[in-house]
Design a protein around this ligand. Structure first.
Ligand SMILES: C[C@]12CC[C@H]3[C@@H](CC=C4C=C(C(=O)O)CC[C@@]43C)[C@@H]1CC[C@@H]2C(=O)c1ccc(O)cc1
Length: 237
């Protein structure tokens, strides 16, 4: 008979503390309400929608930088590597954030307006489809907020981003986070032993999306759309 490995999974005190720091930081750093509120006010032209999304993207980059500074160990990485990790993960972190926003079904019905504006902002259908498929696939996971925060952290701490010099140092940090996330998944979804693997599978899907994103930016560029200095810096557009 097959002996099921009923390994007793338990999160240590240190891991509990680490998870709390990251989840609190993740919840604390959100785009300001006045930016999100504009979703409900301004007009609906493709131009207006693009400008609104640009403002949200710019605000989200600032939020991401602030959040990342709260990841234990991040600020002790080489300074240039910190920048390389932020540049390399910004798109993926943003798509994770928007997927979580869509799967949360925001109370004040923002999601419908937000979806409307994304669909009518000059993004071609070939990018819209994979984007919303991703949103759906994240929604189906019903992640708890700790999982969302840790998954974003794991994405930021990806060692093989371009220009990262000390990959080992990043790998050590990422391993620490992956260990907590793995245990959390086992404890939160006991009926689904493959849940952790499914979560990591989404990170692969994210990388595909970020290739689409580069083309999205290029096609906006072609139609003479302006980005903000911060977005130009983080995405080399
Ligand atoms: C990623 C994105 C900009 C950031 C948006 C996201 C949709 C939903 C969001 C929800 C947020 C919240 O509720 O906290 C923060 C901003 C984000 C994460 C947009 C979808 C496409 C857009 C984009 O790629 C884009 C890139 C450059 C631009 O100039 C304009 C848009």
């Amino acid at each position: 008979t097959t002996k099921l490995s009923k390994e007793k999974v338990e999160i240590t005190k240190e891991q509990q503390a680490l998870m709390k720091i990251i989840t609190d930081a993740y919840n604390r750093h959100q785009i300001p309400q006045d930016v999100a509120k504009k979703l409900l006010q301004d007009q609906y032209s493709a131009e207006e929608n693009f400008l609104l999304l640009t403002e949200m993207a710019t605000s989200q980059v600032q939020v991401l930088v602030e959040f990342t500074k709260n990841i234990p160990g991040f600020l002790s990485l080489d300074r240039e590597d910190q920048i390389a990790l932020l540049k390399g993960s910004a798109v993926e972190a943003m798509f994770l954030r928007s997927a979580q926003v869509f799967s949360r079904k925001m109370p004040s019905g923002h999601t419908e307006v937000l979806e409307e504006r994304i669909r009518k902002s000059g993004i071609s259908e070939e990018f819209i489809t994979p984007m919303f498929n991703f949103y759906k696939s994240i929604g189906e996971l019903h992640m708890v907020q700790e999982e969302q925060a840790l998954l974003t952290t794991v994405t930021i701490l990806t060692p093989d981003r371009p220009y990262v010099k000390d990959q080992q140092a990043v790998e050590r940090l990422q391993e620490t986070m992956l260990d907590v996330l793995r245990k959390l998944c086992v404890l939160q979804h006991p009926q689904e032993p493959q849940y952790f693997a499914r979560l990591l599978g989404r990170l692969t899907e994210l990388r595909t999306l970020s290739h689409y994103h580069t083309e999205m930016l290029a096609s906006w560029r072609m139609n003479d759309h302006k980005f903000t200095p911060l977005l130009c810096e983080i995405w080399d557009v």
